[in-house]
Design a protein around this ligand. Structure first.
Ligand code: P6P
Length: 328
């Protein structure tokens, strides 16, 4: 089915009863919002939207103007399509309740509007990450608890990477789809089933945190650096972009292992479970990789809070298995 548009692909999924009409509309809406964000980014130099706003988000991070623009754009585009029971954003402390003026649906949208945005003013790839859950007993009353579902419950997950190309990577639970944004501003399907190479010799970690890591991660990275003279007996390479979407995209395309473990500074980890780690773990495992916090599968973690953080190791299956052995 290559070279068809996303809309045509989703219509076929609807025809085969793989998705319902509301999910089709929600996915078309989110990916349309990402087209708008892409256009704003590509034209950003003509204005000061790459600059910092004078606000701090719930995470305690300085917001870029584009963080706020992207966040508001996605909320405004999706709240009115009668598919959502609620929205959760990295940029908003509480859940966003759909205004009573709009009809509510059964889906929950969680997203990080512009992950890695601290890199935007130095022209490094950034991205929008989204996760879709569903509620089944929609008595119309949504609380934070409605969102606190295990990652394996995701109905769909994906990201758009705004890089040298603009790509959409999406899973509906039956493999990972790869789309490019073409010159006609259409999402074009190029691959229906991304598979991550099972082996790798490339690890991705912020090595400046080394003194903060637990002994297991220290030992693994040390063994990687020892190369063919060490227990892992192969020469490793390292990559760290500092933009999760860029690092994960590289791993999905050519293999690798990404580590952002909890450490003595970030005792629960840095990355957010619900709208960064869960969607990325869903994609990685749908592509044949593995995602763990060292001892448990990420997709089995029972969330406790909307913005909770978690340590994460994910990527090529056999390399993640090697790392898990350090935790035994
Ligand atoms: P560090 C970006 O702020 C982000 O949330 C992820 O995109 C990225 O992987 C990580 O933080 C980078 O963290 O500590 O290297 O700046």
């Amino acid at each position: 089915m290559n070279n068809i548009t996303l809309s045509t692909f989703l219509q076929k999924q609807l025809d085969y009863s793989k998705i319902d009409r509301n999910l089709l509309l929600l996915l078309n809406t989110i990916t349309n919002s990402c087209k708008k964000i892409n256009s704003i980014i590509r034209n950003g130099n003509e204005s000061d939207i790459f600059s910092e706003s004078n606000t701090i988000n719930i995470q305690g991070e300085q917001q870029k103007k584009l963080d706020i623009i992207a966040n508001e754009l996605i909320i405004k585009d999706s709240e009115c399509i009668s598919c959502l029971a609620g929205i959760a954003s990295e940029e908003v402390e509480t859940i966003y309740e759909i205004p009573n003026s709009y009809t509510k649906g059964n889906y929950l949208l969680l997203f990080d509007p512009l992950d890695g945005s601290s890199n935007i003013d130095v022209n490094i790839s950034i991205g929008t990450i989204f996760s879709i859950l569903k509620i089944y007993d929609n008595d119309g009353y949504i609380t934070e608890n409605s969102f606190l579902q295990k990652g394996k419950k995701q109905i769909a997950a994906g990201y758009v990477i705004y890089g040298p190309q603009t790509n959409l990577v999406l899973s509906l639970g039956e493999g990972v789809l790869f789309f490019i944004l073409n010159h006609d501003n259409e999402w074009i399907l190029k691959e229906e089933k991304i598979i991550i190479p099972i082996n790798t010799s490339e690890f991705s970690i912020n090595a400046s945190n080394m003194k903060l890591w637990d002994s297991k991660i220290k030992q693994y990275i040390e063994d990687c650096l020892t190369g063919t003279d060490g227990p892992l007996n192969k020469k490793y390479n390292m990559r760290w972009v500092g933009s999760m979407v860029a690092d994960i995209h590289r791993i999905l395309r050519r293999g690798g292992v990404f580590l952002y473990p909890k450490d003595s500074n970030s005792i629960n980890g840095k990355l957010r479970l619900m709208y960064e780690v869960n969607p990325m773990s869903f994609l990685i495992e749908q592509a044949g990789g593995l995602a763990t916090n060292g001892t448990e599968s990420i997709l089995e973690i029972e969330p406790k809070k909307l913005h909770e953080r978690i340590g994460v190791i994910l990527g090529s299956k056999l390399e993640v298995e090697i790392i898990k052995k350090y935790y035994l």
